[in-house]
Design a protein around this ligand. Structure first.
Ligand code: PLP
Length: 407
């Protein structure tokens, strides 16, 4: 082909998750790959009624262009919810509706990243944030992270050594992919360091409302006194990912830049889906709806933990997330999770190998498991298939298997 593409196309790679979704859409594959909320919790009947109401009430306006910032009723509903749930004093003016929170990441690239800039992120980090930032020519500094979150002393050391520091990107609650939640101390330390080095912090919080147990911790956005936190969240995990409605809340000088970037990107998020979300939250008790999602996800997390304990060797490390959709497995070195995945796919079970979440290499022995999208009996069947595949993996002979495990 004689066509010349922009240099940035070189850095665009097919997402391991999106490719896996294609593979697992066909046949009898049990997929722990995509981060899907439970199908059973998608409110089909309620949405049908809401769509009819929106069209009856708004008429052609529901199908017309609307403002870049978002529909007034939805912005007000989001601001009201953030005031109540996060304790932040914001109004509709502080909110920009986005086409999923994935768009917030793309706009972050447009607003903050020049060629050669560096994004500081957790290790591992959200795969599609890597894909969103990389085309802007950004590099990544993946900061060592433990069960309390990013190791902020390491972040500080890495920021000090870098001249092109552009932003810090974090998922402090039930992180994708590790499932970990940051301690309060780490949140406070991060804000101090961000202040000292004058970097913006992007707080990506799609799972915040999906806590199964333990105390809720304050969002970075609510702790920030320096006006440097951009908060993004989404209705994807608490209502429907297919509607593609997310949002950004940020101090006005930052938000204005995001609005300009969004104007050029897609003019505005679809009017109809915004009105559907705003009519849904007006007509229904969203808290009760989320409680239902939380209950199902928690049951599935427990089923997954039980099955993993029962069928996998105890040398396989397993995290126990207090919320969200994911847990993280670590095979003992030198076993390779990419090889394991290949064997798993042949047996009809899928996950995402950990290397996809490391922008600079690493994570080859790890795996991200999404427990929320699979009903309970299928969870155990999927884990049995994973165990059977693991037995075939070169080097797995020395693992000690639970006595009751299926061969
Ligand atoms: C950490 C994180 N950020 C952003 C997104 C994108 O979500 P949305 O469906 O709102 O675009 C996801 C989706 O899985 C996610 O896990």
């Amino acid at each position: 082909m004689g066509l010349r593409f922009a240099n940035r196309v070189q850095s665009m790679k097919a997402s391991a998750v999106r490719e896996m979704l294609k593979l697992t859409a066909a046949g009898d594959v049990i997929s722990f790959a995509g981060g899907l909320p439970p199908n059973e919790c998608l409110p089909v009947d309620e949405t049908q009624a809401v769509v009819a109401r929106v069209l009856a009430e708004h008429g052609p306006r529901a199908l017309q262009y609307s403002t870049t910032e978002g529909c007034a009723s939805l912005r007000a509903a989001i601001a009201g919810r953030m005031r109540r749930r996060l304790g932040v004093e914001i109004t509709a003016e502080d909110v920009l509706v986005t086409t999923g929170s994935q768009q917030a990441l793309d706009l972050t690239g447009k607003v903050f990243l020049d060629e050669g800039d560096v994004v500081f992120c957790e290790s591992p980090t959200y795969l599609a944030a890597i894909s969103a930032f990389r085309p802007f020519g950004a590099g990544f500094a993946d900061v060592p992270s433990d069960e309390h979150g990013m190791v902020v002393t390491e972040l500080e050391r890495m920021l000090a050594a870098c001249e092109r520091r552009a932003l810090v990107y974090v998922v402090p609650d039930f992180q994708n992919p590790s499932g970990r939640t940051w301690s309060l101390e780490r949140r406070l330390e991060l804000l101090q360091v961000a202040e000292r080095y004058e970097v913006p912090v992007v707080e990506d919080a799609p799972y915040r409302e999906l806590r199964f147990e333990g105390e809720e911790l304050p969002a970075l956005f609510s702790l920030d006194r320096g006006g440097r936190v951009v908060f993004t969240s989404t209705f994807s995990k608490i209502l429907s990912p297919g509607l593609r409605v997310g949002w950004i809340a940020a101090p006005l000088p930052l938000l204005e830049k995001y609005v300009l970037a969004k104007q050029a990107a897609d003019l505005h998020t679809p009017t109809l889906t915004q009105l559907i979300v705003s009519a849904f939250v007006e007509a229904h008790d969203l808290d009760a709806h989320i409680a239902g999602i939380r209950r199902v996800c928690r049951e599935r997390r427990d089923a997954m933990l039980r099955a993993l304990a029962q069928h996998l060797p105890r040398q396989v490390g397993v995290t126990r997330p207090a919320g969200g959709l994911f847990l993280w497995l670590e095979l003992p070195q030198p076993l390779d999770a990419r090889e394991w995945l290949r064997l798993c796919l042949a047996r009809g079970v899928a996950f995402v190998a950990g290397d996809a979440f490391h922008p600079n290499g690493g994570g080859e022995h790890a795996a991200r498991i999404c427990f929320s999208g699979t009903p309970e009996p299928r969870i155990e069947e999927g884990v049995k298939r994973m165990a059977a595949a693991l037995r075939e993996l070169p080097g797995a002979g020395s693992l000690s298997w639970p006595t009751r495990a299926a061969a």
